[in-house]
Design a protein around this ligand. Structure first.
Ligand SMILES: Cc1ncc(C[n+]2csc(CCOP(=O)(O)OP(=O)(O)O)c2C)c(N)n1
Ligand code: SF4
Length: 451
């Protein structure tokens, strides 16, 4: 033991040193490699979750990948509590002062809440594009700049960075137009014509407003307010299994069926963690949970399979501790997919009765027993004549029973009700094995190329 104060001084210096290390250039990192990706600055840090929580690493990853473009709707549950224990919040901002936008909604309507974000962001981007087109036709913004903004691909970090630059130029130009119109009432358009001349010309053509008009000025001002929406946003609807499998399942289904470009992240702890561990439809058979004291008797609901039946939803089942690069790939693909995406992410929890210090490696054992599957279902592959379902794991080699009995939630039943435990465990084993066979069959199917 040593006195605390001198240690604190040294550690404060160390802390400041690490904070001063520059962040690597986001454009240059190879994001499909976890070693490089992990150098991205996290915008989710120091949460109040339990030490070793299985949910937080997914949120950190999300914040690193989509950072200040992310708009997050968070269902009530652990993630909304450790994500919004106001007045502090683990969601933070980068050196430019920009960070993810985050808000919490109810346990029963978060999918709809996030869907609203998506509709409003799309509408604002659409209106911004419309205004931009109008200002180009009035000769106030150059066609080249507008076309480069409207046709930008925005797929990679470098694309996004270039788009931000272009939108920055546009905002400068809009500011200039606003200043000129405020100073002298009438300014000069890029073609050299005065606002008044262009006004007359435009008014003659359209028989309505002119450049000096308040209407045109408000269009310029509106575009300045909305221009940032021309940089692609990343909508994330996040929550736990209680939210997604049970209480807002109807809303989630509706939102996924909408076909809109949004992303859903379910952090699946297989139990209602935040309220002390009640069973959800995601709780596996034979596990003990509140309201399932004699072991859950029904099988775990297959949310991923249900979503796949739509055919146009990107679906991934991931476990960061089992294969980190697979999780990374799924996040990148889900975000890039032009449509709804659903990621179901295995999240260990203190409610499982495990050693939280080694829980990440337990996820590997979980996958090796077939209790959790790693897969990606990408509808875009059908266009190439490929099966959209890819199983991203080897045939399970370990027994599900042995893996389950490493967790107190299963062990408890063996002690309290051995007969029931035996029967449920046998059924659970059979179901795990059958599920693997079904997925193996689905992933091996031949698929006709879409015309
Ligand atoms: C309609 C309604 N019922 C119950 C609650 C209480 N409640 C808040 S969070 C929660 C459990 C959340 O579980 P889950 O969605 O699995 O998230 P986790 O806490 O596991 O991350 C419950 C039951 C509530 N907020 N609203
Ligand atoms: S209860 Fe579980 S999900 Fe909630 S913070 Fe703790 S470990 Fe994470």
């Amino acid at each position: 033991m040593k006195p605390q104060l001198p240690l604190r001084k040294q550690e404060t210096e160390n802390w400041d040193y690490f904070l001063d290390l520059p962040n690597p250039d986001r454009k240059k990192l190879k994001l499909n490699q976890i070693r490089q990706q992990q150098l991205q600055e996290p915008l989710f840090e120091f949460s109040g979750a339990c030490a070793g929580c299985g949910e937080t690493p997914y949120l950190k990853l999300l914040s690193q990948l989509f950072g200040d473009r992310a708009i997050i709707a968070n269902a009530t549950g652990c993630s909304s509590i450790f994500g919004g224990n106001l007045p502090t919040t683990p969601w933070t901002k980068n050196a430019e002062g920009r960070g993810p936008a985050w808000s919490n909604s109810l346990f029963e309507d978060n999918a709809e809440f996030g869907f609203g974000f998506c509709l409003s962001v799309d509408k604002k981007a659409e209106y911004a594009a419309e205004l931009l087109g109008e200002l180009v036709s009035q000769g106030l913004i150059s066609r080249g700049l507008a076309e480069s903004i409207l046709n930008a691909s925005q797929k990679t970090e470098a694309d996004i960075w270039e788009q931000r630059e272009r939108v920055g130029l546009l905002k400068e130009r809009l500011e200039e137009l606003i200043n000129r119109s405020e100073k002298c009432g009438l300014g000069v358009s890029p073609s050299g014509a005065t606002f008044q001349e262009r006004d007359a010309e435009g008014a003659e053509k359209r028989g309505n407003e002119g450049f000096g008009s308040n209407n045109l000025k408000s269009k310029i001002q509106n575009l300045k307010l909305l221009a940032d929406y021309l940089v692609k946003k990343s909508i994330w609807i996040v929550g736990g299994d209680g939210w997604a499998y049970d209480i807002d399942f109807g809303g989630l289904d509706h939102v996924l069926a909408s076909g809109r470009n949004l992303n859903v992240l379910v952090m699946d702890t297989e139990v209602y963690s935040n309220t002390g561990g009640q069973s959800s439809k995601s709780t596996p058979k034979a596990a003990v949970a509140k309201f399932a004291a004699s072991g859950k008797s029904a099988a775990k609901k297959d949310l991923g399979l249900m979503a796949m039946t739509y055919g146009n939803i990107y679906v991934a089942s991931v476990a960061l501790g089992a294969r980190d690069e697979h999780t990374l790939k799924a996040f990148l693909e889900a975000e890039a997919y032009e449509g709804p995406s659903l990621i179901i992410a295995y999240s260990h929890c203190i409610a499982h009765g495990i050693d939280m210090g080694t829980a990440m490696s337990n996820q590997k054992a979980l996958v090796e027993s077939g209790r959790w599957l790693l897969y990606r279902y990408n509808p875009d592959l059908v266009k190439q004549g490929k099966n959209p379902l890819q199983l991203d794991m080897l045939q399970p080699k370990n027994s599900p029973e042995a893996s389950m009995y490493k967790e107190n939630r299963f062990k408890m039943l063996k002690k309290s009700k051995p007969e029931i435990a035996k029967q449920l465990m046998e059924e659970a084993e059979t179901e795990v094995n059958q599920r693997w066979k079904m997925y193996e069959y689905l992933a091996a199917r031949k698929v006709e190329k879409e015309e």
